[in-house]
Design a binder for this molecule. Structure first.
Ligand SMILES: [Mg+2]
Length: 331
C-alpha cells in the first residue's frame, strides 16, 4: 500500500477514481478534466467543478485580505468552468470555520464573493458551514453551461499552442509576498492574490467558429498543464523560450533582482490563464477575435507526434526536454 505522499495529487486522484464503479449513462466526461460534463437539453451541456482552499496550504491569513480571499476562492473555480468553454451560472460555498474567524471577517470575505458573483453573473445558491478545529477552509463548487465543450483530449500534431495573458506573475507575486521587506509590487502580488478567471476569453472562443482542439487552465504551471493535454491527447509539444509571454513588471523584477524567469514561467503555477490548441488555419481568425478581448493571446509552440514529450527550444538554439514536474505537491 503506497503512502499518499508517494502517490502525489494526480496518483491519488487516479487511485481513488479507480475505486468508483457506478457511471451514469449520460455522463460525457467524469473525473479527469477540469470539469465533469453532461447534457441538460438539446445542444446544451452542464459543466461542474469544485475547488478547495485551505489556510496554511493555499493562503495565509496574514498575507491576504478577506475580500481578496473571497474573490480568489470563487475565481479559481470559475477558471475551471472557463477551461471547458463554459459560462458559469451557479455556485455553492462551504466554509470550515475555525475559532479565529469572526463575523466581520466573513462579511468582508462575502463582499469579495459578491464582486466576482456580480462581475461574472454567477449566483451563489447554497452551501454548508461547518466548524474546523484548526484551519479555516473554503470550498466552492460551480456549475456552468456550454454549447461547445473544450476538453484536454483532441490536440493533434501540427496544431498551434496558445496561452492567454502572461505567465509567471502569480508565482513571482507569491515570492514577493513572502519576503520580509516588501516593496511596491502591487501588480504581481494581485496576480497571485486576486487572479482573473478567463471567462470572457473562453466565451469569445466558444462563440467563434475556431476549431479549438484542446484546452486547460494553467493552475499547476505551464509544463504540468501542457503535460495533461499531451497525456489526454496522446501527443507531445514543442515550445519556444523567446515566445513565452511575460509582463513588463515580471521582466523588470526578475532582471533587477537576479531572479531566473524561466522556472517561474514554466512551473510557477496559479496563473489561471487558458492554454489551448488549434489547427494553423484558425490562427488568423483567433487573432482577429482577440482584438476586442482584455487579455492578449500568444502562440508559444506546436503539437508534435511524440507522445508525452515536451521540448523547449532555447534562445541560444539548443533544445531541452522538459521533465514532467510534479506540480505543487500539497501532500
Ligand atoms: Mg483546472
Amino acid at each position: 500500500m503506497s503512502k499518499i505522499k508517494e502517490l502525489g495529487e494526480f496518483g491519488l486522484i487516479h487511485h481513488l477514481s479507480s475505486r468508483l464503479k457506478f457511471r451514469a449513462s449520460d455522463s460525457v466526461l467524469g473525473i479527469g478534466d477540469d470539469c465533469a460534463v453532461y447534457p441538460v437539453k438539446s445542444g446544451v451541456y452542464e459543466v461542474i467543478s469544485t475547488d478547495a482552499m485551505v489556510e496554511g496550504i493555499h493562503f495565509k491569513l496574514s498575507t491576504t485580505t478577506p475580500e481578496a480571499l473571497g474573490r480568489k476562492a470563487l475565481s479559481v473555480s470559475l477558471s475551471d468552468i472557463a477551461a471547458m468553454g463554459g459560462t458559469p451560472k451557479r455556485a455553492l460555498v462551504t466554509l470550515g470555520i475555525s475559532k479565529k474567524i469572526s463575523v466581520s471577517f466573513l462579511d468582508r470575505m462575502y463582499a469579495g464573493f459578491n464582486e466576482i458573483s456580480n462581475q461574472f453573473k454567477v449566483e451563489i445558491v447554497g452551501g454548508d458551514t461547518v466548524s474546523s478545529p484548526k484551519c479555516f477552509f473554503i470550498n466552492v463548487s460551480v456549475i456552468g453551461e456550454a454549447k461547445r465543450v473544450f476538453t484536454r483530449r483532441g490536440a493533434r500534431p501540427g496544431d498551434h499552442i496558445f496561452v492567454t495573458g502572461t505567465l509567471g506573475d502569480s508565482s513571482l507575486g507569491l515570492k514577493l509576498l513572502n519576503k520580509k521587506k516588501k516593496g511596491d509590487h502591487k501588480f504581481l502580488i494581485e496576480r497571485h492574490l486576486d487572479p482573473t478567471p478567463r471567462v470572457h476569453e473562453t466565451g469569445i472562443l466558444a462563440r467563434s467558429r475556431i476549431n479549438i482542439t484542446s484546452m486547460i487552465d494553467i493552475s499547476d504551471g505551464l509544463v504540468q498543464d501542457l503535460y495533461h493535454i499531451c497525456k489526454a491527447s496522446k501527443i507531445g509539444a514543442r515550445i519556444y523560450e523567446d515566445r513565452l509571454p511575460q509582463s513588463l513588471e515580471f521582466s523588470r523584477i526578475c532582471s533587477g533582482n537576479s531572479i531566473s524567469p524561466l522556472p517561474l514561467i514554466l512551473n510557477g503555477g496559479e496563473d489561471y490563464e487558458l492554454l489551448f490548441t488549434l489547427p494553423a488555419d484558425g490562427v488568423k481568425n483567433l487573432n482577429r477575435q482577440f482584438l476586442k478581448a482584455k487579455a492578449i493571446v500568444t502562440q508559444i509552440g506546436e503539437i508534435v507526434l511524440k507522445p508525452r514529450k515536451i521540448s523547449l527550444e532555447m534562445r541560444d538554439g539548443t533544445t531541452k526536454t522538459l521533465p514532467q514536474s510534479e506540480g505543487f505537491n500539497h501532500f
